[in-house]
Write a protein that binds this ligand. Structure first.
Ligand code: UDP
Ligand code: MG
Length: 338
């Protein structure tokens, strides 16, 4: 594929490596995958805190795959400047904002490590946990989950709705989501390759991670507050995300309507019989508009909700059937190797 023309904003030369990252033979390579979306204030904090931790991992080579998810601020310029100084840092610039799930997918596809750790740019996932994740991985686990033991940094509403979401999700989905586990985790190369085989376009990463399975260990940590900037997930976006999650992993909501319809039809049938017998015994009843109207409106509402649920799934089928790529890369940046 031909690369986009050079932008003169960034003056240093760059190479476009595709599977050409060559690390010291014998040392395993660890990849951090970091999505950045308007994280201008968080970039410096992130590298400041991550660098000493990676430096302490002497038995590993590290790469940091930074995905710029169409930031409108100077996040990209900052990342590019850092990668020009640091050969471990690669920058993948997406052509626009594709959302965190797509950005993460891009990063995972680009990562070349033997073990890969997706981590948020805002330091809410403490990088200090990385050595513990690695220790579990080396003891033979293919997936090491980082589980938040407290979510004090999140608002009351967010905690409650998150708990409700996990309850609902696990009730309707065959593949259970571990509660309070985000995208922050370590996955082995083999798990990553399996993930890559999942072709879906609309990616609910937490669900996909759970779907692939593998031998899993869990380590616990306390979730911190954001290092800088604001959360990119408003209440409305989270609601949509939750719908996305449930509809991508369960068809139970579709089936509910069958039962709902059956129950209502049965009720209507019995009620009909009662009316027939009453009419036969007592003659014609006084017609009651109110009750008829209530029943009609109630059923109308139920039908509309049912159609809405159908539409939700049909919409997803439509989007998947187009087979569009999950994201588009505008350009890759990495320090030129001579
Ligand atoms: N993010 C992204 N694309 C988006 C929204 C968010 O790449 O459209 C990144 C963001 O830069 C951060 C991570 O996803 O690194 C988590 O976002 P945020 O902290 O806003 O989410 P929260 O922690 O509030 O769930
Ligand atoms: Mg965050």
């Amino acid at each position: 594929m031909k690369d986009a023309p050079a932008v003169n904003l960034y003056t240093y030369t760059y190479a476009i490596p595709v599977n050409s990252f060559d690390h010291t033979p014998g040392k395993p390579l660890l990849s951090l995958v970091v999505p950045f979306y308007n994280e201008s204030q968080a970039v410096a904090h992130f590298f400041h805190r991550i660098n000493p931790i990676l430096a302490a991992l002497e038995r590993f080579d590290c790469e940091i795959v930074c995905v710029n998810d169409g930031s409108a601020d100077d996040t990209l310029a900052q990342l590019v400047a850092i990668s020009s100084q640091d050969s471990r840092v690669r920058v993948i610039d997406l052509s626009r904002n594709f959302g965190k799930e797509a950005a993460l997918t891009a990063g995972l596809n680009e990562a070349q490590g033997d073990a890969v750790i997706p981590i948020d740019a805002d330091l809410q996932d403490p990088p200090e946990l990385i050595p513990r994740l690695i220790a579990e991985w080396q003891s033979g686990y293919e997936v090491v989950l980082a589980k938040r033991v407290n979510r004090d940094s999140d608002s009351y509403m967010k905690r409650k709705t998150a708990a409700l979401f996990y309850r609902l999700y696990n009730a309707v989905s065959d593949i259970k989501l571990p509660e309070n586990v985000g995208d922050f985790r370590l996955i082995d190369r083999q798990v990553l390759e399996s993930l890559k085989q999942l072709p879906e376009n609309r990616r609910f990463m937490k669900g996909l991670f759970a779907w692939v399975g593998f031998k899993t260990a869990t380590v616990e940590y306390a979730r911190e507050a954001r290092s800088a900037g604001e959360s990119k997930f408003s209440g409305w976006r989270l609601w949509n995300f939750a719908l996305e999650g449930i509809t991508s992993f369960s068809t139970v909501p579709l089936r509910w309507w069958t039962y709902c319809g059956l129950a209502i039809s049965l009720f209507a049938f019995i009620y009909g019989l009662i009316i027939i017998f009453k009419t036969l015994i007592y003659g014609i009843d006084m017609p009651g508009y109110a009750s008829i109207l209530t029943v009609v409106l109630f059923l109308g509402g139920i039908q509309l909700i049912g159609i809405g649920v159908l539409g939700e799934y049909l919409g997803r089928t439509y989007l998947e059937s187009k087979g569009r790529p999950i994201y588009l890369i505008r350009r890759r940046y990495q320090q030129a190797e001579d």
